[in-house]
Design a protein around this ligand. Structure first.
Ligand code: XMP
Length: 479
């Protein structure tokens, strides 16, 4: 039975501040804010968009990886749909597109247009009956033409005039070829005239513009995907791994559960060597058990989420700063990174979470406000807003059951632990990441830290009162 004397104090981000210290760091730009998401994957911007259906699908994941963070595709989709989202991220950018879209040389201009529009690509490699490259058809070749019945054969740049290179051509060499020939696409063609890949000018420019983007070993953007611990989760995990997912996130509300612990082992057995995050937990025992079970990172947070009502409905949770502090201490001997999930409203919360021992943060609400989140913005009371909902809300449960083909009359009544709401539209994800990481960098410079590890070593917190919290926010001014 619980006893009054044993009651520990639980602290939230708002209960503390970081104490400024003598510092030799003169500029935020002198700070390296990179940190580990998992044992193997490092992020230049230690921020992850949440696996929620109003936050992360392919478009958000692409924006997050380009900004140096990572997006985790939610799992309220069929396996095929979730795999397709991962595949879209993987195709968005690469040094070499290994399986470029092609069209037969017997196709018409109309067919080529339809394929290019559907796939959202700027050009198609044209392949003959014998499987050999016949030429390339780009958007430019299709412009200002009304003769949709015309065969592409007569419009393409044919093989003998095609600028191409052999497989294995590197980025620098490709850049010179594309620059000198003033073209945008470089097919890689083997000695048998077969297509072995494609390098595009756009991808080369992206590489130069965003060296901090999160990429896999093949130069493709990195992406995570969530799985559960029931039903088809093993097939889902394997299909996602085959689609090239970089991180699987085994995500359930109560991660300190026998089924979740067993699932870690099963996924490993079934999928092999894949980066596996497990959660959510909020106690040192929970964090330790997931680390011992083989998780490559542990996600911490029970109830801090902005659309979450677990603490109201079930009376369960641990205030997030205390949860992060306690779990970080438990994970340190195992060298397993901690992801602080939920309750982040601004850069200051990112700084506090990381100072407390997290290596990255997962964010829902703030990224639901981004242009790249799923769903369209609507105008409500004169403001542009988007829908945002907890994944344990009634609305999300109904959407999932509908997606699974369950009739509305058969919907099982749910005891919701989340709400559906709207959030204001707030610009693009890259800008939001920049704001959050800017706050972290600033905190690092106040505490004489040039790396996240130094920041964690140097950080000191002070607990504050309600008066301190009031003082911390703008006051006595007309906003
Ligand atoms: P923020 O505060 O960034 O938190 O919006 C995002 C995190 O909230 C969690 N989440 C939920 N928790 N009921 C819960 O108890 C829910 O319906 C729910 N939906 C999301 C989740 O950990 C997410 O990353």
């Amino acid at each position: 039975m619980a006893r009054l004397d044993d009651l520990p104090l639980g602290l939230s981000y708002d209960d503390v501040l970081l104490v400024p210290q003598r510092s030799g760091v003169h500029s935020r730009s002198a700070v390296d804010a990179s940190s580990r998401l998992t044992r193997r994957l490092r992020l230049a911007a230690p921020v992850v968009s949440a696996n929620m259906d109003t936050v992360t699908e392919a478009r958000m994941a692409i924006a997050m990886a380009r900004a140096g963070g990572l997006g985790v595709i939610h799992r309220f989709l069929t396996v095929e749909q979730q795999v397709a989202e991962v595949a879209r991220v993987k195709r968005a950018e690469a040094l070499v597109i290994s399986d470029p879209h092609t069209i037969p040389d017997s196709a018409t201009l109309g067919e080529a247009r339809e394929v290019a529009d559907r796939l959202g690509v700027g050009g198609l490699v044209v392949v003959g009956d014998d499987g050999r490259v016949a030429g390339i058809l780009t958007r430019r070749d299709m412009l200002l033409r009304d003769d949709d019945a015309a065969p592409v054969r007569g419009l393409m740049t044919p093989r003998d005039r095609l600028v191409s290179a052999p497989p294995g051509t590197g980025a620098d060499e490709a850049a010179v070829l594309l620059r000198d020939a003033r073209v945008e696409k470089l097919p890689l063609i083997d000695a048998d005239d077969r297509l072995a890949g494609l390098i595009t000018l756009r991808d080369l420019l992206q590489r130069r513009e965003r060296p901090e983007a999160t990429k896999d070993g093949r130069g493709r953007l990195a992406v995570g995907a969530a799985i559960g611990v029931r039903g088809d989760y093993l097939d889902r995990a394997r299909a996602l791994a085959e689609a090239g997912v970089d991180v699987l996130v085994l995500d359930i509300a109560h991660g300190h559960q026998e089924q979740a612990i067993r699932a870690i082992d099963r996924v490993r057995e079934w999928v092999g060597d894949v980066d596996l995050v497990a959660g959510n937990v909020a106690t040192p025992e929970g964090a330790r058990d997931l680390a011992l079970a083989g998780a490559d990172a542990v996600k911490v947070g029970v109830g801090p989420g902005s659309a979450c009502t677990t603490r109201v409905v079930a009376g369960v949770g641990v205030p997030q700063l205390s949860a992060v502090l306690a779990c970080a201490e438990a994970l340190a001997p195992h060298d397993v990174p901690l992801i602080a999930d939920g309750g982040v409203r601004a850069g200051g919360d990112v700084a506090k979470a990381i100072a407390a021992g997290a290596e990255t943060v997962m964010v829902g609400n703030l990224f639901a406000r981004a242009t790249e989140s799923p769903g369209v913005a609507v105008t409500r009371n004169g403001k542009r807003v988007k829908v945002f909902r907890g994944m344990a809300s009634e609305a999300a449960a109904k959407a999932r059951m509908a997606a699974e083909g369950i009739e509305e009359t058969e919907f099982v009544p749910v005891v919701a632990e989340g709400v559906e709401a709207v959030v204001p539209l707030a610009g693009d994800a890259a800008m939001l990441v920049h704001q959050l990481v800017g706050g972290l960098r600033s905190a690092m410079s106040y505490t004489d830290a040039t790396t996240v590890r130094e920041f964690q070593d140097n950080a000191r917190f002070v607990r504050i009162t309600v008066a301190g919290l009031r003082e911390s926010h703008p006051h006595d001014v007309d906003m």
